[in-house]
Design a protein around this ligand. Structure first.
Ligand SMILES: Nc1ncnc2c1ncn2[C@@H]1O[C@H](COP(=O)(O)OP(=O)(O)OP(=O)(O)O)[C@@H](O)[C@H]1O
Ligand SMILES: [Mg+2]
Length: 368
């Protein structure tokens, strides 16, 4: 009975990984990675350099074999299936186009290898060329394309094969910022149109947030946390997740008592009320690690607000739409960020005394 339900469950999963391990000599590139990527999902693998993202992608593609663990593609055990027999295509950072072929020949290559009929090749190439907007480039040689155009051709060349899963390894890393943003939008639209699963490797947190339905944060060959961009940003579990996914004020506290839905924690700021989300805080005098995003540190709060503290303004940095304010309070240095028009109205003075507040629901208790 359980087999039936598991089989049904697995079938809706594009990729399922169970306890994957991969070592290179002393280095554990992957250390027991378990992960499920659903059909039609835009999924990102995010993490610092060397955390194992490319290794994981290469194992899914069949370009590398895991030392241990299981890999299922569309419900089928596929760890030893040769790369060209998997329902998967890869787009690499360096595009890897064939230099001696035109764009059209590059895009058609996979279909010709699969002996697809000529008329169908023409149809599929022109449909995909329209999707990624390279219709006008089809007769050019790759050397006469810009970086963004090459990346569109590389996408077309992969999508035309109608894989179940498209793997993208840092596909936008070589492009300048504005082109990267434009191609992010195009990738998201393309994924919605074709409806297949995309697995996108990046070490850029804003890119992973902008693109993904869900993402996995990786660290040292392990999955640190999996969830939607908002879950990961607002509910980081660990110190690493909190600081990798954006700016975060991290400080220690000592648990004092539970009070209706909140815990009272002693910190260098004073007594801080922390809303206990899941599982609460340990009892006794345990030391806990707390994280608060800078936008949740409110300057000059109105009356009736909880968790009000006093401090001094150390620095004010204007960065266009936002202003970042560094505060000192007791032995702590905290960051607050607010929209620049609001900061302007506050007329902040360096060295001036200031009250600030921290919303009890915005404080996360972090592991490690
Ligand atoms: N072929 C190899 N031989 C030896 N070590 C390797 C090999 N491939 C990867 N590694 C090591 O495995 C670890 C994970 O590498 P991987 O390329 O998967 O990281 P990554 O997350 O993709 O990093 P980056 O963001 O820099 O591309 C690294 O420590 C790397 O040095
Ligand atoms: Mg890599």
């Amino acid at each position: 009975m359980s087999m039936t339900s598991e089989a049904t469950g697995e079938h809706r999963n594009a990729v399922q990984l169970k306890g994957l391990c991969k070592r290179y000599g002393e280095v554990a590139a992957l250390d027991s990675v378990s992960l499920t990527i659903r059909e039609g999902e835009y999924f990102s693998l995010l993490g610092p350099s060397g955390c194992g993202k490319t290794t994981l992608l290469r194992i899914i593609a069949g370009l590398e074999v895991a030392d241990d663990g299981e890999l299922f593609l569309c419900g089928e055990l596929s760890g030893l299936t040769p790369a060209h027999c998997r329902p998967v295509n890869t787009v690499f950072q360096n595009y890897a186009l064939f230099p001696h072929m035109t764009v059209r020949q590059n895009v058609a290559f996979g279909l010709r290898m699969k002996k697809v009929g000529k008329t169908q090749i023409v149809e599929r190439v022109s449909k995909v060329a329209e999707m990624v907007r390279i219709e006008d480039l089809l007769d050019r040689m790759p050397e006469r394309l810009s970086g963004g155009q090459k990346q569109r051709v590389a996408l077309a060349r992969a999508v035309v094969n109608e894989p179940k899963v498209l793997l993208l390894d840092e596909p936008l890393a070589a492009l300048d910022l504005s082109l990267r943003k434009q191609l992010q939008d195009e990738l998201r639209n393309l994924q919605r149109r074709v409806g297949i699963s995309f697995i996108h490797v990046t070490h850029d947190q804003t890119e992973a947030f902008a693109l993904s339905d869900r993402l996995a944060l990786m660290n040292r060959g392990r999955i640190e946390q999996v969830g939607s961009p908002t879950e990961l940003y607002h509910q980081p579990k660990s110190r690493f997740a909190a600081s990798f996914l954006g700016a975060c004020n991290i400080f220690e506290g000592r648990f004092l008592a539970h009070l209706e839905g909140c815990a009272l924690v002693e910190t260098s700021l004073g007594e801080l009320r922390v809303q206990t989300h899941d599982g609460g805080l340990p009892r006794g005098s345990a030391v806990v690690c707390l994280g608060v995003r800078p936008e949740s540190v409110t300057l000059r709060p109105g009356p009736g607000i909880e968790n009000i503290f006093r401090g001094h303004v150390r620095e004010v940095v204007f960065s266009g739409s936002e202003t970042r304010v560094t505060l000192t309070s007791g032995s702590l240095v905290l960051q607050s960020v607010l929209p620049s028009p609001q900061a302007h109205l506050l007329k902040l003075l360096i060295g001036g005394a200031i009250e600030f507040s921290i919303l009890p629901s915005a404080v996360r208790v972090l592991e490690g």
